[in-house]
Design a protein around this ligand. Structure first.
Ligand code: NAI
Length: 303
């Protein structure tokens, strides 16, 4: 009878209804691809003003999608946008949104305490079958999951910016994540049109674990006076075939975000030289030079 129970519990229903908490850069992108693939999506943020802005930005992004998908057919363009938008609703009450959700994806501010408060509240309100996932870039999934009583139904879904364009999602499992939960998360990633890779709950997962130390090493190289940022970028684009150089990429990601990630990893693993800080990065961040979004980082941008 043990085997029967196990077989039953591993046959999860496919995910149809999704609640996305946080409608910023990532949340609105995830909402767009989930709605475009036919899921019923509720997007939650802290105020009506914020969710209205998110809804407008999703519409604008869909406008770019349809120009490629249906060139010169404005009727088809409008129908497509209307259809995707009809799968989306905006909410300011997270508890209401999770009541009917098969999956909750959290994409709020990168702060462990705030994420824990959110998940512990939602854990009491969501149906027992509901799977929880975080889109965190740098916080251990198990630390966030510890605020809930559903460790087996908790994992990571790490999307990349911009979500509608980037084809990857990293699906993260903790030692507690059940096989059924992992399969459901992986199936969801594929259903929204992404290629999935599996990774354990380790700092930076796959992409950022390799990319962030590489970008930090580029900063250290420049700090030692060995080359200029511009020459490093040219070298990596033309010599390694990368689409962006490490300084262009750092400015795009945000120097504040990079510092936040590396400082967090350093705190958890102080003896790892790959995670050591950079005076230059810290100086730029202290001066408010966060990269493209603030008008200046390693490079200057027209505002
Ligand atoms: P963002 O700042 O653009 O959006 C965060 C949103 O969450 C804001 O609209 C904010 O009002 C809302 N929010 C904050 N606390 C909330 C709460 N308690 N309830 C409901 N809404 C709340 O941030 P972004 O860039 O979208 O990042 C979100 C998450 O995604 C973070 O965990 C980040 O580490 C992760 N991530 C970010 C990537 C990026 O390139 N920006 C890439 C992959 C993951």
């Amino acid at each position: 009878s043990k085997m029967i129970i196990r077989a039953m519990s591993s046959s999860t229903q496919p995910i149809k209804t999704v609640a996305i908490i946080g409608s910023g850069l990532m949340g609105s992108g995830i909402a767009q691809v989930a709605a475009a693939s036919g899921h019923k999506v509720t997007v939650v943020d802290q105020s009506q003003e914020i969710v209205d802005k998110a809804s407008a930005s999703i519409q604008k992004s869909l406008g770019r999608v349809v120009k490629k998908k249906f060139p010169d057919d404005s009727k088809a363009q409008q129908t497509y946008i209307a259809d995707v938008m009809s799968h989306l609703s905006m909410e300011t009450n997270a508890v209401a949104a999770v009541k009917s959700a098969d999956l909750v994806i959290e994409a709020i501010v990168e702060n462990l305490d705030i994420k824990k408060v959110l998940f512990s509240t939602l854990d009491k309100e969501a149906p027992s079958h509901t799977i929880f996932a975080s889109n965190t870039s740098s916080i251990p999934i198990k630390d966030i999951a510890s605020s809930t009583s559903r460790l087996d139904r908790f994992g990571g879904l790490h999307f990349f910016n911009p979500v509608p364009v980037m084809k990857l999602v990293e699906v993260i499992r903790t030692p507690e994540t059940s096989d059924a939960t992992y399969s459901a998360l992986e199936a969801f990633g594929k259903a929204v049109g992404k290629v999935t890779v599996q990774c354990k709950d380790t700092p930076g997962f796959i992409v950022n674990r390799l990319l962030v130390p590489y970008m930090m090493e580029a900063v250290r190289l420049v700090e030692r006076g060995e080359a200029t940022p511009k020459d490093v970028d040219t070298a990596m684009k033309l010599g390694a075939g990368y689409p962006m150089g490490p300084f262009e990429l750092s400015d795009y990601v945000g120097l504040d975000t990079m510092k936040f990630i590396i400082d967090g990893w350093m705190e958890r693993d102080p003896n790892n030289p790959l995670f050591s800080k950079s005076e230059l990065l810290n100086k730029l961040v202290a001066e408010g030079k966060f990269g493209a979004k603030s008008g200046e980082g390693f490079y200057q941008y027209k505002k």
